[in-house]
Unconditional design. Structure first.
Length: 374
């Protein structure tokens, strides 16, 4: 989400939990908290995808924090804005005006925004206009002609070129790399700034040009509205100011091949490593300093807790009381004796509701608890 603050010049401030401050500065924007953005801005514009975190991002509570006289523009997704709350803010003068081309229900029959004098509403046309369709058709035809005349394709849709032999070797590792990315993406806190991929053991001798994009695809596709695939993943990462480094090592610990991923965010650095068991089954084998061993699949609860008697029982009891079945469990600790921090990974048959997850985080001894879907 980005906003513009009016003055003698144009100052742009933005709230985006997935972009580094350095990248934002290069784009001419200052990264701020959401509350600060709402309170400082004269014009607030939304440019976000619709997720569980952005649904009704601008609700009644958020609107109470908006600077009086601000104007709201939403051209992203209709359900990002609570239309009833926005209509009330427009009527009482908290918000001076609004412009939208997306709505909670499309077409917006019965929307409380219809008929308000300080609102501009336009149809959500996207690329469906006659002019846009004509331009797309001409562009596609021109690209086909370019390729037929021996020129390079401007919009490649095929994966990166690798030999058939290399592809056979890398193919079992592609799901592992993508799962590592999905796990890192869901555990990351704050804007991402750097990624390091370390290939060790036999995999270090291979051309891993598909594995890093597979990791980036898993890392980015959950937080971006635009499609991310093996072809564009590196470019998407670059456009977000994400520094990507690859290295190789002969030391693969106890594994034939090991992929270690290190992601740096605003809250610090997290290391997660994975390997293949039986040449085909992805396994997560290390999380930071903790040795683990679990199959990354489905809903998983990853928690940090103080290693003391009763902790596992408390978590299991709470989940059982709310009808959540534990399919598998792994616990790892760094210290040989109890009393220090420990990591627990639970494979679940269904997701944990937000209120239950909140209760879990309040259990004495729980340091953190995150639900991921792999």
């Amino acid at each position: 989400m980005a906003t513009r603050a009016a003055g003698f010049g144009m100052k742009v401030i933005a709230h985006d939990p997935f972009i580094s401050p350095e990248r934002a500065a290069r784009l001419g924007a200052e990264v701020v908290t959401l509350d600060e953005l709402l309170g400082r801005s004269d014009f607030i514009t939304f440019h976000v995808s619709l997720t569980k975190d952005t649904r009704q991002l601008l609700n009644a509570e958020a609107l109470r924090k908006v600077k009086r006289g601000a104007r709201i523009i939403n051209c992203s997704r209709g359900s990002v804005v609570d239309e009833a709350a926005l209509a009330e803010a427009l009527r009482d003068g908290r918000v001076a005006g609004a412009g939208l081309d997306v709505f909670e229900t499309e077409p917006p029959a019965g929307s409380p925004l219809i008929g308000l004098p300080n609102v501009v509403l336009t149809p959500h046309l996207g690329a469906s206009t006659e002019e846009a369709q004509l331009k797309v058709a001409v562009d596609v035809a021109q690209q086909v002609l370019d390729v037929l005349h021996g020129k390079p394709a401007r919009s490649a849709v095929n994966v990166l070129p690798v030999s058939a032999e290399t592809l056979r070797t890398l193919e079992p590792y592609l799901p592992l790399a993508e799962k590592l990315g999905r796990l890192q993406g869901q555990l990351a806190e704050g804007p991402l700034s750097a990624v390091e991929m370390i290939y060790a053991g036999h995999i270090a001798d291979e051309d891993a040009r598909l594995l890093t994009p597979a990791f980036l695809k898993g890392l980015l596709e959950l937080i971006l509205d635009e499609p991310v695939n093996l072809v564009n993943a590196a470019l998407v990462a670059q456009s977000r100011g994400l520094r990507v480094v690859e290295s190789r090592s002969r030391d693969s610990e106890d594994y034939v091949s090991l992929i270690t991923t290190r992601v740096t965010s605003a809250r610090g650095e997290r290391t997660i490593a994975g390997s293949l068991f039986g040449r085909s089954e992805p396994r997560i084998v290390r999380m930071d300093h903790y040795r683990v061993d679990f199959v990354p699949s489905g809903f998983m609860l990853i928690s940090m807790h103080i290693d003391k008697p009763g902790m596992i029982g408390r978590v299991g009891t709470l989940l059982g009381q709310h009808g959540i079945n534990i399919a598998a469990m792994h616990v790892g600790r760094e210290q040989p004796k109890p009393g220090g921090p420990s990591v627990m990974v639970l494979a679940l048959d269904n997701a944990i509701p937000a209120d239950v997850l909140g209760k879990l985080r309040q259990v004495d001894g729980i340091i953190s608890a995150t639900l991921v879907e792999l």
